[in-house]
Design a binder for this molecule. Structure first.
Ligand code: KG4
Ligand code: ZN
Length: 373
């Protein structure tokens, strides 16, 4: 069963062919980072326009890389939501038209379920099985949400069963990736912020943190997250300490010259800035790991799954590995390429939905706030 996945929910136009929900035959991602960089975030209108430009060549390339023709496909899976409505509509319209022209089934996919399947794809590649029940943390620029993942079939406790999701907690304000992006922007470190802050935090040496960020408290549900307070605390600390302003200006000048790599920016960061970045990252990682592990222990799950762009973070991975080991559960991450938005995860999720008989017809519409259940 060879399924073409199409993903266009945010700022990546992606297409992939996956066999039997497990074997990636091709995966093509056209990123729009360069288009959105100068705005420091995704501009919805520009995203839709870029998807329109990219969708045809990206799908063609994915089918060619898989060594196939469109007619060889068995089904088409497309992201229905959540995401930007204009961006989603490009993928959906194209997917619908293609399915109709080829006479193939069209499968609507929840983007978040795609992120869950990215973990299963990777586990399969590594010859591992992520046993269920699990808790899954999806942490990206648009989402920070924690689910319990179980199966509908008591006899099958892995991803080959139809999966059920129960939301345990979510961010009340910013997503974790959004906090990374905003903090990087205010420090003159460019966009997207996650990868550069990740590397800068890692090289910060013994300099004491210039400010301490305590654990965030969320009233009510203890498994909810909150990152806007942390971002604001960084902002106030920087504003109140004139010492930062000169180096921020120097970094912004470097960015304007196109010098945005780690090698360019590291020499322009004082030990104090590096220590501030380290302290910010410690706070984010601690929060994500502790809440997720509290849920894992409370529910006595078999596995912890971590997916989404921020799952690429090296400290997050190392801390999860360490904590999971001492708690006696297995932790699973996608590769970096499968962590960020891609269409292989959409094709994989489409396979399990297709087997459950979930199909769309010509009325399929984008749902910007589609819920995963
Ligand atoms: O999943 P993704 O590609 O797109 C969304 O759906 O948002 O995630 C992008 C987000 C950005 O906010 C980016 O700063 C963050 O993931 N990110 C990271 C790292 N790599 C990407 N955050 C922390 N550490 C990283 N290494
Ligand atoms: Zn995503």
């Amino acid at each position: 069963m060879r399924i073409l996945g199409i993903e266009s929910s945010c700022d990546e136009t992606a297409a992939a062919v996956v066999a039997d929900g497990r074997e990636i035959l091709s995966s093509v991602v056209a990123s729009q980072i360069d288009v959105h960089r100068k705005y420091g975030g995704v501009v919805p209108e520009l995203a839709s326009r870029e998807h329109l430009r990219q969708i045809v060549p990206v799908v063609r390339e994915a089918v060619e890389h898989a060594g196939m023709k469109l007619a060889d496909l068995d089904a088409i899976g497309v992201t229905q939501g959540p995401g930007l409505v204009g961006a989603l509509l490009v993928g959906i319209t194209y997917g619908k038209t293609l399915a109709d022209a080829l006479g193939k089934p069209l499968v609507p996919v929840n983007h978040l379920e795609g992120h869950v399947h990215a973990v299963f794809l990777e586990a399969h590649k590594a010859g591992r099985t992520a046993k269920l029940p699990a808790v899954c943390l999806i942490v990206s620029g648009g989402h920070t949400v924690l689910y319990e993942v179980t199966t509908e079939d008591a006899n099958v406790q892995d991803a080959s069963a139809r999966l059920k999701y129960r939301k345990l907690g979510q961010t009340r304000d910013d997503a974790a990736g959004e906090a990374y992006d905003k903090v990087a922007k205010l420090l003159g470190l460019g966009y997207p912020g996650g990868p550069i802050l990740d590397r800068l935090a890692a090289v910060s040496n013994g300099t004491p943190a210039p400010v301490k960020f305590g654990p965030t408290k969320t009233r009510g549900n203890v498994l909810d997250f909150s990152f806007s307070g942390l971002k604001t605390a960084v902002l106030y600390h920087v504003r109140e300490n004139g010492a930062y302003s000169e180096e921020i200006v120097r970094r912004e000048e470097a960015l304007a010259r196109g010098e945005r790599k780690f090698e360019h920016l590291l020499p322009l960061c004082s030990p104090k800035t590096l220590a501030l970045v380290r302290e910010f990252q410690n706070a984010v990682v601690h929060d994500l790991v502790e809440r997720t592990m509290a849920a894992a222990e409370e529910l006595s799950v078999e596995s912890v799954l971590v997916s989404g762009g921020v799952a690429a973070n090296s400290q997050l991975r190392a801390t999860f590995e360490e904590r999971a080991k001492s708690a006696g559960v297995e932790v699973f991450f996608p590769s970096r390429a499968l962590s960020t938005d891609n269409a292989a995860m959409i094709a994989a999720a489409a396979y399990s939905r297709l087997r459950a008989g979930i199909l769309a017809d010509a009325r399929l519409n984008a749902d910007p706030s589609l819920v995963l259940a």
